[in-house]
Design a protein around this ligand. Sequence first.
Ligand SMILES: *Cc1c(COP(=O)(O)O)cnc(C)c1O
Length: 389
Amino acid sequence: MVKRKKSNIGDKTHFETKAVHAGVKPESVTGAVMTPIFASSTFAHSSPGNHKGYEYSRTQNPTRKALEESLAELENGSKAFAFASGVAAQSAILETLKPGDHVIAFDDLYGGTFRLFNEIKAKSANIEFTFTDLNKNFSKLIKKNTKMIWIETPTNPLLKITDLKRIARIAKKKKILTVCDNTFATPYNQRPLDFGIDVVNHSTTKYINGHSDVIGGCLVIGKNKSLEKKLSLIQNSVGAVPSPFDCFLTLRGIKTLALRMKKHNENGLKVARFLKTVKKISNVTYPGIQGHKQRDIAQKQMNGYGGMITFLYDGTLSEIAKFMKKLKIFTIAESLGGVESLIESPALMTHAYSNDKEFNQVPKNLVRLSIGIENAEDLINDLKKAFKR
Ligand SMILES: *Cc1c(COP(=O)(O)O)cnc(C)c1O
C-alpha cells in the first residue's frame, strides 16, 4: 500500500460515500452545495503577491482542485492531476523521463497510447519502448536505462489482465516507476495504488465522467513529494489542463460512479453469459466469466468486471457491419464507459487506418461492446434479434 494523506471525510468511509463527497465542500462565500464552475482565468491579489492560493487558472483553479481531490481519494492516492484528455495525462507522465530512457509496456494497449509512444515520444523525446506480454517473465528485458513499466489492465480491446502486485514487486527492486492505465476498471473495481503501483492514469472521458459528454484525463499518485513536484511543473508548464466546465461535469458524473459501476458490472455479466450461448460467435471475452485466461488474477485484484465485452463474429467484415446496423438500442460508436450501450468493430473503426504491427494481434472479426446501464433484458433482446435476421 502506498502512503497517503488523511481524507477530509474520514479514512474509513466507503467508496459510494467518497464518490459523493470527496473533494467537495460547500463553497465558502455563498454556501453553494455544488462546486461552482469558476470560469475565471485570473484571480485578484489583495496586494501584489498576496492572494488566496489562486493566481491563474492554468496553474490552479478551484473547480479543478475539487475534481483533483475527488480523484485522489477515489484511487486511495494522495494527489491527482487533471488533464484535458487521457492521452494528455499519459504525455505528462512520460515527460518525467529523459531522452534515452527505456519503457517496458504491455503489448495490448489503447490504440492512442501506442500512437503517442511510437509516433510522438519515440521520435521527439527519444524514449525507447519495448512491448511485451507482462504475464510472461519480462525481467530479462529490464536494462540499465529502463525507467518505467506501462500497464493497462484490463486492456483495450483484448481485455487481457495482468498481476499488478507482481509487477510492482519486480519494479520496486529495480527502482522503476510503474504506471497503470485504470480506465477500463475504474477505482470502483480496481485500485492499483493499493497493490504498490506508483501512478494511476485514466481517460476520465470513459466511466469516470460516464455520460459521453466530456474529454478528460488524470494522473493519481501516492505520497511522493518529488514526483508531485515534477507533475505540478509539467501540468503548469505544458498546460494541457481541462476547463472549469469540464471539471464540473466530471465531478457531477463521479457522484453516481458507484451506482453506475454496480449496474455496468451486473449488466456486463448478464450479457456475457448470454453471448456464450450464441452460435454465430466465439471467444466471448469478459473477465467475469469462466474461460477468461487470467480469471484468477482478475478475481484477486478486481471487485467487479465492468461493461466491456469482446467476441469474434463468424463472418466477413461486411456481414459484421450488417449485424451491427440491425441493432436498435446499441449505438455504433467509438469510445466506451457511458450510460448508453455502444458497439464497435476495431477493424472497421478504431483500428481501421493503422498499419502498426502491434495492432496485428487484434483479429479482424473482433467486435467490442460497451454495456451501458439500460435494462439487461432489453440489451439481450436487441442482440438476439440482430443475430437472428
Ligand atoms: C480512451 C482511452 C484513452 C485515451 O483517453 P482520451 O480521453 O481519449 O484521450 C486511454 N486509455 C484507454 C484505456 C482508453 O480507453
